[in-house]
Design a protein around this ligand. Structure first.
Ligand code: PRP
Length: 217
């Protein structure tokens, strides 16, 4: 075994929607570990034979663990990655957890043009993404950071619009909102720490290529 392969490869997985899909994907390339389940309260799960260590973190924290090198690689939605603005390598679009970022507004109060929303309030979990979208269109906005149930914002008069992810569209429909502008695709990505990518290059590169073979295009 080479020196590189003697070391653990630490993989950060986010709790929540992406977890099971990420675990399925890794199991297809033989990266598994006993007890790797989102029901478990264990935060580190090790496969001694393969020298792999999975760490299970809150979604928004995956890029933090990877940027600081506490995890060599991680899986994270592009939405969270963009918002975090962390200095990590994005290696692969895993094409799981398909969703996109968009601006939505109440159907009944829909304004004619995007510019008609200038200087209004936007409720969002993603203020940086929202600001970059509106700034690039020369629009000044007021951003109201929420932590969930973003769709409630315009319904109760907190904001005129939202910037959020949409997956099936059910939440928008059930709350009489309508997608108004597409912002970006937000599938899950494989990311790597910059130093780990160099020091553990052959393992990370091989794993990336194996994942590339099994992802659904
Ligand atoms: C996300 C997102 C939307 C919803 C979109 O919320 O913020 O509310 O999913 O999914 P849909 O298009 O399939 O309805 P999440 O379920 O993560 O919960 P949150 O609102 O508490 O953030």
């Amino acid at each position: 075994m080479s020196a590189e392969n003697m070391e653990y490869l630490t993989i950060a997985l986010p709790k929540g929607k992406v977890f099971t899909k990420a675990v399925d994907l890794f199991s297809k390339i033989g990266y598994t570990a006993e007890g790797l389940s989102d029901k478990s309260r264990k935060l580190i799960i090790v496969n001694e034979e393969k020298k792999i260590r999975f760490i299970i973190t809150k979604t928004a924290d995956v890029p933090v663990y990877v940027e600081y090198g506490a995890a060599d690689i991680g899986i994270i939605g592009k939405d969270v990655l963009l918002e975090s603005a962390k200095d990590v390598y994005e290696l692969l679009d895993l094409n799981i957890a398909k969703c996109h970022l968009m601006m939505a507004v109440p159907k009944k109060l829909k304004r004619l043009r995007l510019i008609d929303y200038a200087n209004t309030r936007v409720a969002t979990k993603f203020p940086h993404i929202a600001a970059s979208f509106f700034n690039s269109r020369g629009m000044q906005m007021e951003y109201i950071k929420l932590h969930g149930s973003i769709e409630l914002g315009p319904i109760v008069g907190l904001s005129e619009s939202i910037v959020d992810i949409v997956e099936t569209g059910t939440t928008l429909r059930e709350n009489d909102l309508e997608e108004y502008a597409f912002i970006a695709d937000a599938t899950a990505r494989l990311i790597a720490n910059r130093v780990s990518f160099k020091l553990k290059f052959s393992r990370i590169n091989q794993m990336t290529e194996e994942l590339r073979q099994v992802i659904n295009k």
